[in-house]
Ligand binder design. Structure first.
Ligand code: SF4
Ligand code: SF4
Length: 488
């Protein structure tokens, strides 16, 4: 991968220059480089259509229908997906998760990490190019920009002109629409943590709590800044994944590649001209692949860390090839090995399914199955038995020995449950206090249980026992271990 930034002849740039469109560091009179920074030049990506663009827009629709729509779905009497931090309960459709279910969050993170490893090893920065929020929101903001200000050339021309009424009107409209979208995004984000309908009423009545105000505007303004202004700067300078993703690549990873063997020597020519007679390759040097690139790089210079693998250059180059009557695929998804060995697409795909990919897939499937099984077998209640340390083992009437326990029962469902408690583990051991309790939906209650043992059944010391807890309504049992103390 070419990690060399332009202009790094005499300095190690602190801020990497932006592709090939950045300014060069200035030089002093004696030739020494003074500036450690390159000024930012705006990138005006040209809009593009084609297979990969359709995939990206498909992902924009899919991810955003889910993101904006999910908090409005109802499940019974409540919001279907709600991460209620105040009461420490996560509601996900029929599932209610508690802090004790943290293992599932850990499992989810493991699945996300494994998926990233797998997809990166298969086809490089798939996440960056198609599903990353930075890409998705930038695409949406660019769409608004194009509708209001026109495509690349119109925007460049207008920006180069002095201030005019038309310019002010268009810029104001664009920023107004951006802010609306950004605010709606911030509002939706908070709607995952606080009931969104009430949040909407509070928002309209301007009676939101300080927490809601902060996160609605913080998330909204972060979206506005990142997708409207920062754009490729986030991918180039802020995203840690951009820095380490190349460690997951190998020579059989699909990446957007320029076929230099076919394209060079590049050069302009008429559509009717015969490139072999002109001793030219297939690249007509139209620079469209650079103009559509959201990070402003030239894919013909080889794989660069700035490339987010969006495929825009492949789409636009295919349209150029169509117009020229040449075969498509001068810029395409391919692997280093495929380019060297001149493999066909099916040969390339066969090599993409290499042992490393099969191992990643097997681990991922195993973790997903383990998590699904664990969720399916999850008990509808949780029990915690605590020996009451304030009341040690003691002798009661008829010489019986009594130990006192506190049972904390958490109802993990959304319907009320009745529970019955019994004890076993020693001959004659029995619960002598009330052994039934009712726990409201998603609540926890404790029950003080007295367990008594007939005299001379057990020797002095600690004896393992077991509490059986039965949900009378759901016919589900659970058992919790504890100990029974017999004093000297
Ligand atoms: S779009 Fe294709 S033909 Fe045009 S410059 Fe890029 S690689 Fe060459
Ligand atoms: S080089 Fe091509 S694939 Fe890479 S970011 Fe630019 S347009 Fe997207």
């Amino acid at each position: 991968m070419n990690n060399k930034a332009p202009g790094d002849r005499k300095v190690i740039p602190i801020i990497a220059q932006q592709g090939k469109q950045s300014a060069q560091p200035s030089e002093s009179a004696d030739g020494g480089v003074l500036s450690m920074y390159a000024s930012h030049q705006t990138i005006y990506p040209r809009s593009v259509s084609g297979l990969f663009s359709n995939w990206r827009w498909g992902m924009v629709w899919l991810t955003q229908i889910i993101f904006y729509g999910l908090p409005w779905l109802e499940w019974g009497q409540r919001q279907a997906v709600l991460f209620d931090l105040a009461s420490r309960r996560f509601y996900i459709f029929g599932l209610v998760l508690y802090p004790q279910d943290f293992i599932y969050l850990a499992g989810l993170l493991v699945i996300a990490a494994l998926s990233l490893f797998l997809f990166t090893a298969v086809a490089g920065r798939l996440w960056c190019g198609y599903a990353c929020p930075q890409t998705v929101y930038t695409e949406m903001f660019l769409w608004i920009e194009k509708k209001v200000e026109g495509d690349r050339s119109a925007r460049m021309r207008r920006d180069a002109k002095a201030l005019s009424l038309d310019k002010v009107m268009r810029k104001s409209t664009k920023h107004f629409l951006w802010l609306l979208l950004a605010l709606w995004t911030g509002f939706t984000f908070v709607g995952y943590f606080t009931p969104i309908k009430q949040h909407g009423i509070d928002f309209l009545q301007m009676s939101m709590g300080s927490w809601e105000v902060f996160w609605t505007f913080f998330y909204g303004l972060a979206t506005y800044g990142n997708a409207g202004f920062m754009r490729e700067q986030v991918c180039l300078h802020m995203c840690p994944y951009a820095r380490f993703q190349s460690a997951m690549f190998d020579k059989d990873t699909l990446v957007v590649t320029y076929d230099a063997e076919r394209g060079e020597p590049r050069g302009a020519r008429s559509r009717r001209a015969d490139p072999t007679q002109l001793k030219l390759g297939a690249c007509v040097d139209c620079s469209l692949c650079v103009q559509v690139c959201p990070t402003g790089i030239d894919i013909r210079n080889g794989l660069q860390y700035e490339c987010i693998g969006c495929g825009a250059c492949a789409d636009v180059c295919d349209t150029v090839m169509d117009k020229m009557g040449y075969a498509r695929g001068l810029v395409k998804y391919s692997t280093e090995h495929a380019m060297q060995q001149h493999w066909s697409p099916s040969q390339t795909l066969r090599h993409v399914l290499r042992p490393r990919i099969l191992i990643y897939t097997a681990i991922l499937v195993t973790v997903v199955l383990a998590m699904v099984t664990s969720l399916a077998l999850r008990k509808p209640f949780k029990v915690n038995v605590i020996r009451d340390r304030g009341v040690m083992a003691r002798m009661v009437e008829a010489g019986k020995i009594e130990n006192v326990y506190r049972l904390q029962v958490m109802n993990a469902t959304e319907t009320e449950q009745r529970f019955k408690v019994t004890v076993s583990g020693l001959p004659g051991l029995a619960v002598t206090s009330a052994n039934e309790l009712t726990v409201p939906a998603t609540q926890a209650r404790s029950l003080v249980v007295r367990a008594q043992l007939p005299p001379e059944v057990a020797l002095p010391g600690s004896h393992p026992i077991k509490f059986e807890i039965e949900s009378i309504d759901m016919q589900v049992h659970d058992a919790e271990k504890s100990v029974f103390l017999v004093p000297n």
